[in-house]
Design a protein around this ligand. Structure first.
Ligand code: ARG
Ligand code: ZN
Length: 475
């Protein structure tokens, strides 16, 4: 679902109505018109697919922690962007049936790819409803070395980046194809399920409870999540929006620290809205399972945090980081995975500004501290954060060198121009995607400066930038 796609579809509908007798627009395309197996991401040729654009996912699954079995059906509402004799979905669980526009379709499952052949080919612009039924055990499946499924003591967490969607629902799994979501998860009635957005219902039927979550703003597939287990859920409202936070029951001292920090979610979002512009979503919150999976993820409206972040006490910085991603990462998403600096550098820098605001070290001081921590011969400087390489997106340098680059830019073009660049970036690409090259072009147009050598030094060179005025020194 992209603005451009919507415009294109409208233009097409108008053109077809004017020029073509009814029915001709949907005539069968000639020959084999298979959709591409990937969307065209240079790091991950299999991620996403070609030939269609998803508008909505309706996911209905049941989950049983003891067997780790996911069973259910997903209804995908999409439209073809080319004539399509077949198309792919990214999916790894065993499929039992596929329907396209109400008719049984044939399908083939390879690793990571579900290839669907509809009874009748689809024409450019044609709406398509795809219903996939499936069942399997996600923790048993490895695909191209990825095994992202997380089991917890009493449930699971479908949380991962860049991959997780294919382990629980069939998707066009790339941030370039955003969609809205209804996610219903049925579990034993003594368990809780958290998901994105608003809680629509949690009804009990035949002794089981179905948790229905709804995300109404465009969302990248990897940001859709569910977590099942025993949780203490807190519901409130802030700034006119529902706030739902959840901490694993019996979480010990770490759980108590997590609960205290998650309670500050509205305060953090207020701070970040003053910096970057209006909060882009219609719900907020956070989830802290009792599990150590080693990272936190900025799931849209409701990030999920590994317990380890609270092993040494309170840690508001991780909450600030994940919530900053609501602007940079979730609302404005990468166009290709190589654009990850736009997420991690920006979220890390936002945490530096929180530190500055709370007198725990200014961004300038944090810049200098990082400069001292990583001498010029440190491998840290080898990472070209503007294009760090496949499977290297979450290298610490993307975060820290990435934040240093923003502080240097702030010095180079001045705070006022810098803030304009950041806010304009969030506004112009809201609910969409962006590339590092587009960000650089925006920074140049706002500041009126030629920043080619600045960004080469900070983002594209495997060496420490020279401490020159042109590179934003002294920061
Ligand atoms: N975007 C996450 C963050 O805020 C990082 C996720 C890393 N993913 C992973 N599977 N380790 O830092
Ligand atoms: Zn991050």
């Amino acid at each position: 679902m992209t603005t451009r796609a919507r415009v294109r579809r409208t233009a097409l509908a108008v053109g077809a109505a004017l020029l073509l007798p009814l029915g001709v627009a949907q005539a069968a395309p000639a020959g084999d018109t298979q959709g591409a197996r990937g969307i065209g991401d240079p790091y991950y040729p299999d991620y996403g697919n070609g030939g269609y654009d998803v508008d909505h996912y309706g996911i209905h699954i049941s989950y049983r922690p003891s067997s780790d079995r996911v069973a259910g059906r997903t209804r995908i509402t999409a439209h073809a962007t080319q004539d399509l004799s077949r198309f792919n979905l990214d999916f790894v669980l065993p499929v039992s049936s596929v329907q396209v526009n109400g008719r049984r379709a044939s399908y083939d499952q390879g690793r990571h790819e579900l290839v669907v052949t509809p009874r009748r080919p689809l024409a450019t612009g044609e709406p398509m409803t795809v219903v996939v039924r499936y069942a399997g055990v996600p923790s048993t499946i490895t695909s191209d070395g990825a095994k992202p499924w997380i089991r917890t003591a009493d449930g699971a967490a479908a949380v991962g980046e860049p991959e997780i969607a294919a382990w629980w629902y069939p998707a066009n799994d790339h941030p370039r194809d955003k969609a809205t979501y209804d996610v219903s998860v049925t579990v034993a009635k003594d368990l809780e399920v958290l998901g994105n957005g608003r809680l629509v219902s949690r009804d009990v039927r035949h002794g089981k409870r179905t948790w229905h979550w709804r995300e109404t703003r465009p969302m990248a597939p990897y940001l859709a999540f569910f977590v099942a287990g025993q949780f203490d859920i807190t519901r409130s409202r802030a700034d006119g929006l529902p706030v739902i936070t959840a901490v694993a029951s019996h979480g010990g001292p770490e759980g108590r620290y997590a609960a205290a920090d998650l309670k500050r979610t509205p305060q953090v979002i207020r701070f970040e809205s003053r910096l970057w512009g209006p909060y882009p979503f219609d719900a907020m919150g956070g989830v802290a399972p009792a599990a150590d999976f080693g990272f936190a993820l900025e799931n849209q409206t409701r990030p999920v945090y590994t317990r380890g972040f609270w092993s040494k006490g309170p840690n508001i910085y991780v909450v600030v980081h994940e919530l900053a991603h609501q602007w940079y990462g979730d609302s404005v998403s990468v166009h290709n995975w190589r654009d990850i600096w736009l997420n991690e550098g920006f979220a890390t820098f936002t945490a530096w500004l929180w530190s500055e605001k709370h007198h725990e070290g200014s961004a300038k001081q944090l810049f200098h501290q990082s400069w001292r921590t990583f001498p010029s011969d440190d491998p840290f400087w080898k990472v070209k954060v503007g294009n760090p390489g496949a499977h290297n997106e979450f290298n610490g340098a993307v975060y820290v060198r990435g934040a240093m680059a923003l502080q240097a830019l702030r010095t180079r073009i001045g705070n006022a121009a810098f803030m304009t660049v950041m806010r304009t970036w969030a506004a112009e690409h809201q609910y969409g995607n962006g590339t590092v090259r587009q960000y650089i072009a925006l920074a140049e147009s706002v500041s009126g400066a030629d920043l080619t050598s600045f960004f080469d030094a900070w983002l594209y060179t495997g060496r420490r930038p020279a401490p020159t005025e042109a590179n934003g020194f002294p920061p």
